[in-house]
Design a binder for this molecule. Sequence first.
Ligand SMILES: C[S@@+](CC[C@H](N)C(=O)[O-])C[C@H]1O[C@@H](n2cnc3c(N)ncnc32)[C@H](O)[C@@H]1O
Length: 271
Amino acid sequence: MRPPLKWAGGKRSLVERIVGLLPSDYAERRYHEPFFGGGAVFFHIAPVGGSINDVNPRLINFYRMVRDRPEELIEEASRYRYDDEEYYARRSRFNSPGLSDVEDAALFLYLNKTAYNGLYRVNSRGEFNVPFGRYENPKIVSKRSLMRTSELLRKVDIRCGDFTYVLDVVRRGDVCYLDPPYHPASETANFTDYSAEGFGMEDQERLRDLCVRLDEVGVVFVLSNSDTEAIRDLYSGCEGLSFHSFITRRMISSKVSSRNSGHDLLITNSV
Ligand SMILES: C[S@@+](CC[C@H](N)C(=O)[O-])C[C@H]1O[C@@H](n2cnc3c(N)ncnc32)[C@H](O)[C@@H]1O
């Protein structure tokens, strides 16, 4: 299934490799994705149950509205037109208080399809500030695919918060894919602005500790990150993990200079 949103750091190009590391019966297991973003792996797998989570409340409101009130969301978003004047009016509406959950989700979808590079970026006051993007006839609402997405999302618990929640919900035999904001591979490639708070080395350490716990509980996990010395060092003391490195072209920054290729690292306890 195609993900409904574009998302920076989206894993569409790595999906096959990630799924290839999972046990062959992964489709029948409960699946958890604590750093959901655009959920490329989740939509590829279309799991039978489990949980998804992201720290971004407006992203999560979007998925909840797709799940719970898809017709209203589609009706609202279908009213929005693609042109720069309307874009800036909708963007300022999105930044104003008092929106209903449905309007918030419809604006989120509209901005995702029409903002420059499909980026989601907020300033220190939490205001969405991405400029208008130029596209050839962008499709803002795909009714059929949103209805199918709604059906799939009804199978999972949708959370909004820190990734550590997952320890409270996993059971032995579950599968978990973890895709945190990447540790910066270089000074110019430090895109971690999904939220105003960022994701630093202390968070990477908390995540490593969580992976150790998941392994103890008997959960099969795959984690992606940039292939840096710091990340390899962080996991080097953990037993029973395997490391898989791939070259990928990164398209996460609006700066042309940092759209270069880098190495992605997949770390897993699956054998
Ligand atoms: C690399 S993106 C995930 C991309 C996703 N795999 C995809 O295919 O689109 C990382 C996500 O983690 C979220 N995030 C950042 N800090 C977090 C935290 N402490 N707990 C949970 N999610 C967090 C960000 O909002 C962002 O959506």
